[in-house]
Design a protein around this ligand. Structure first.
Ligand SMILES: Cc1ncc(COP(=O)(O)O)c(C=O)c1O
Length: 395
């Protein structure tokens, strides 16, 4: 087979449609302002660096110290000889943060979701999943091959109730939802989901990757926001967003579930553990969140401020309480051009289109950070207004 011809045609089609993604290279640490190859300094409104901890001195120093004390990596999976003290300490801290008995880390939340769903699924299990759940959950369900899967329309809890009622007695039922939906920025209707799950003896799993560090008075996530700490059976999350932004993920749950995952889940058994240096910097990030509540308050104030600025300027972002502010612009190529024009104004906001979001609902997605200063927001708004007028999105 001529691979160049086969795959080249596919790439050409992306280029012709204006949907080819160009990667921008950063020359400085992730932060409110970065230096980008060929562009100079730009203001970042599209990173997952919600609390500004990616380049926080406490987090960086902890990683350097971890690197010196434990070396570059584990050179082993956890159960052979790859469990280091920082893993144990980080897992205690994540359990405390999540309000669960235990936690177990993975090299990514993608891995954590795949590990969890496959391990909890037996031949008779039914999985009930929101249609807008993250791709890692979609793939995890495919891999787990449950007896039945029910993908209910986004946040349609009547549909969820019907699907739960259709399960057979004794079947294991897993209700899986994002805490914050990453492309919409809206929240799962967690109080009703937990109530429905209790009524039908189902297990609730919340992927709180975009909620932890962001929602709730102390940044403990979507369960805290809804006053449901301790009521969600299993929480998964990433260390690659608010909690330092490096990499890694976790499952937080009862001790038995975490123990079973450590014993049985394939990404634990067959893939190297999180590097100790990453565990050290993630632990410092969790401690910063615990010890410095002003970080969450600053993120919330920035989000409220920029949302209000956008609305006052005539934009209609999708409503929501998270730090994600999406503005729908229509076709994928439009979203990409919109983001390119913003970049020409020195503002880095990514455009998302099909297949990440449905056709015709392509969007630019703003993500706030506690590290952004009022001047950054003012400059970003000026660029949004100029480009928004160009694209006839506002007058
Ligand atoms: C809801 C959700 N789950 C999981 C992930 C994957 O996280 P990680 O980068 O740790 O694999 C993401 C990242 O985009 C996410 O938004």
């Amino acid at each position: 087979m001529n691979l160049t011809r086969a795959f080249g045609a596919e790439l050409d089609a992306l280029r012709a449609a204006g949907t080819f993604k160009h990667f921008n290279t950063l020359l400085t640490p992730q932060g409110p302002v970065v230096e980008m190859t060929g562009r100079g300094e730009v203001i970042v409104l599209s990173s997952n660096n919600y609390l500004g901890l990616a380049n926080d001195p406490r987090v960086v120093e902890a990683g350097i110290d971890g690197l010196r004390r434990y070396g570059a990596g584990t050179a082993s999976v956890r159960f052979i000889c790859g469990t280091f003290q920082p893993h144990v300490e980080l897992e205690h801290a994540l359990a405390e943060l999540s309000g669960t008995e235990a936690a177990l880390t993975y090299v990514s939340c993608w891995n954590a979701n795949e590990a969890l769903v496959s391990t909890l699924t037996d031949e008779g299990t039914v999985i009930l999943s929101d249609a807008l759940n993250h791709a890692s959950i979609v793939d995890a369900i495919r891999l787990a091959r449950p007896a039945r899967k029910a993908i209910y329309p986004h946040s349609d809890l009547d549909a969820l109730q019907r699907e739960l009622a259709a399960c057979e007695p004794g079947q294991r039922k897993l209700v899986i939802t994002d805490g914050v939906f990453s492309m919409e920025g809206d929240l799962a209707r967690l109080p009703e989901i937990v109530e429905l799950a209790r009524a039908h003896d189902a297990i609730v799993i919340v992927d709180d990757s975009h909620g932890v560090g962001v929602l709730g008075e102390h940044g403990l996530g979507t369960p805290e926001h809804f006053g449901l700490r301790g009521e969600v059976d299993v929480i998964t999350g990433t260390l690659g967003k608010a909690l330092g932004g490096a990499a890694g993920g976790y499952v937080a749950a009862g001790a038995d579930i975490c123990e079973l995952l450590a014993q049985r889940s394939r990404p634990q058994l067959f893939s190297n553990a999180l590097p100790a240096t990453v565990a050290c910097s993630a632990l410092a990030a969790v401690e910063a969140l615990r010890d410095d509540p002003s970080l969450v308050a600053r993120l919330r104030a920035n989000t409220h401020r920029f949302r209000t600025m956008l609305v006052d300027a005539g934009f209609a972002p999708i409503p929501g309480d998270s730090a994600i502010i999406p503005i729908v612009v229509g076709e994928t190529a439009v979203a990409i051009r919109f983001s390119e024009r913003l970049l020409e104004h020195g503002i880095f906001v990514t455009g998302f289109g099909f297949p990440v979001v449905p056709e015709g609902t392509a969007r630019v997605r703003v993500q706030m950070s506690a590290a952004l200063e009022p001047d950054h927001l003012a400059r970003a708004l000026a660029a949004f207004v100029a480009v928004g007028r160009e694209f006839d999105l506002i007058r």
